[in-house]
Design a protein. Structure first.
Length: 111
């Protein structure tokens, strides 16, 4: 195994990590705005790292094609995330507010 294979594997594992973080963010975050933010940021970085890792691991890979794919992903994912939030905002989707449950006293809010 050459050092390019090792480096490509490490970079691809980093990409997999960020894709998993984006998936966990989609499940765990409370509202559409937070979910869109997690998806837009983490998925962009994850896909970019996966593509760079692929380029490092596969000697026949065309770096021009990889660069064009990276540029396309870098432009489209954040714009789509922003437009998704804009549509939600215009539809009147409210942001999540961390409120105490109904009937809880002031001690539930402070601690």
């Amino acid at each position: 195994m050459s050092w390019m294979d090792v480096l490509g594997t490490v970079v691809m594992l980093g990409g997999c990590f960020f894709v998993v973080v984006a998936a966990v963010g989609m499940v765990r975050l409370p509202d559409v705005y937070c979910r869109s933010h997690a998806l837009g940021k983490a998925m962009t970085l994850g896909i970019m790292l996966l593509l760079v890792g692929y380029g490092l691991r596969v000697p026949e890979a065309s770096w021009l094609k990889i660069a064009l794919i990276l540029l396309f992903q870098l432009v489209t994912i954040p714009v789509a995330s922003h437009l998704f939030c804009l549509v939600a905002y215009r539809k009147g989707v409210r942001r999540w507010a961390n409120r105490a449950p109904a009937g809880a006293g002031s001690e539930a809010r402070t601690g």
